[in-house]
Design a protein around this ligand. Structure first.
Ligand code: RET
Ligand code: FE2
Length: 314
């Protein structure tokens, strides 16, 4: 089973907060305080800080997985083998943002929908739950806050100027509602009320809050912990035994990403808030492509390992 095939929607925050670990309490306490400050002040900068500080580390865990797979075979060269193709894909996406901003934005949104969906896919109803949970963060703001979503997406991909969100995100809404109803219908009776509550909670976040704040809440309290929970539950990753360990092993690449981000600031122009907004999301897109390729490759390696162990004589 691929890491992303495991169940994670719904429970991640509860299972991943490490309620009894004082360090993680502090970590999540800071996340809650920063999120609350963002909402109270409506500050774009604080929202970006929360997204970076508490969302980015989940992607940095790719380095830990690559280390475990490549180091036994290639020794110290593992890092180059991992980092070079990763950085090449990252650079490619950053160049694509410059050359074809509208097409890259569309590609990023489609990729994000896939990425968010695959993180919250459930075993019984994989496609439905992926559309429901993955689509919510993109479809709901486009429907309930079209003007604000359009201006954020425009700021993300200058010189694109959207007066409304991409039509396909809005058109997906009726399908999203149907998928959500079908998914609830397919959920076992005893769990239905709980799932309905979660769905209503997620809807409320995207209906009530402005799009960037709602996305921040989704990203740091649902998406990132779901990814970490999936990896911790996956017994393949020897050192990822707890959320705390995951945080520790994500630290070096998180810092490296922050340095890359800081070095890129001079390449972005305009008022500082807009520069940081486009840089943050363009970099997220640039990280998401190699992250998804990596996820695909580790899934293939796992399938291969299972195939080999199935044909090995006992
Ligand atoms: C900027 C922005 C949006 C899009 C964000 C996207 C598409 C983020 C993708 C992040 C990824 C893929 C992270 C991977 O872990 C919304 C929600 C449409 C509206 C609010 C502002
Ligand atoms: Fe992610």
């Amino acid at each position: 089973m691929r890491a992303s095939d495991r169940v994670s929607s719904g429970a991640p925050l509860v299972s991943m907060t490490g309620r009894h670990d004082p360090f993680l309490r502090l970590y999540w306490g800071c996340a809650v305080i920063l999120a609350a400050a963002t909402i109270l002040t409506s500050s774009t900068l604080l929202a970006l800080a929360a997204i970076i500080l508490f969302g980015l580390p989940h992607g940095a865990l790719d380095g830990e997985m690559a280390r475990q797979i490549l180091r036994p075979r290639y020794g110290a060269a593992w890092f180059i083998l991992f980092a070079l193709p990763y950085l090449a894909l990252l650079a490619l996406v950053l160049v694509l943002w410059r050359l074809y901003p509208p097409a890259t934005l569309t590609g990023f949104l489609a990729l994000s929908l896939w990425h968010f969906g695959s993180e919250t896919r459930e075993n019984g109803t994989p496609i439905l739950s992926a559309l429901v949970w993955g689509g919510a963060s993109l479809i709901l703001p486009s429907v309930f806050h079209p003007a604000a979503t359009a201006s954020l997406l425009s700021a993300m991909a200058p010189p694109v100027h959207l007066t409304s969100p991409p039509f396909w995100l809005v058109w997906l809404f009726p399908f999203w509602v149907m998928a959500a109803s079908a998914w609830l219908g397919a959920t076992p009776c005893e769990k239905r009320l709980e799932k309905l509550g979660l769905l209503c909670g997620l809807n409320a976040v995207f209906v009530v809050l402005p799009p960037l704040q709602a996305f921040m809440i989704y990203f740091i309290f649902q998406h990132a912990p779901a990814h970490v929970a999936t990896l911790v539950e996956d017994r393949r990753w020897e050192r990822l035994v707890s959320a705390r360990a995951a945080l520790r092993y994500s630290l070096s690449l998180t810092v490296a990403t922050l340095i890359i981000g800081a070095l890129l600031i001079p390449f972005y122009t305009g008022p500082m808030v807009e520069r940081l907004l486009s840089l943050t999301f363009q970099l997220l897109a640039a990280l998401t492509l190699p992250h998804m390729v990596f996820d695909f490759l580790t899934g293939r390696i796992e399938e291969e390992a299972q195939r080999c162990s199935a044909i090995r004589p006992v």
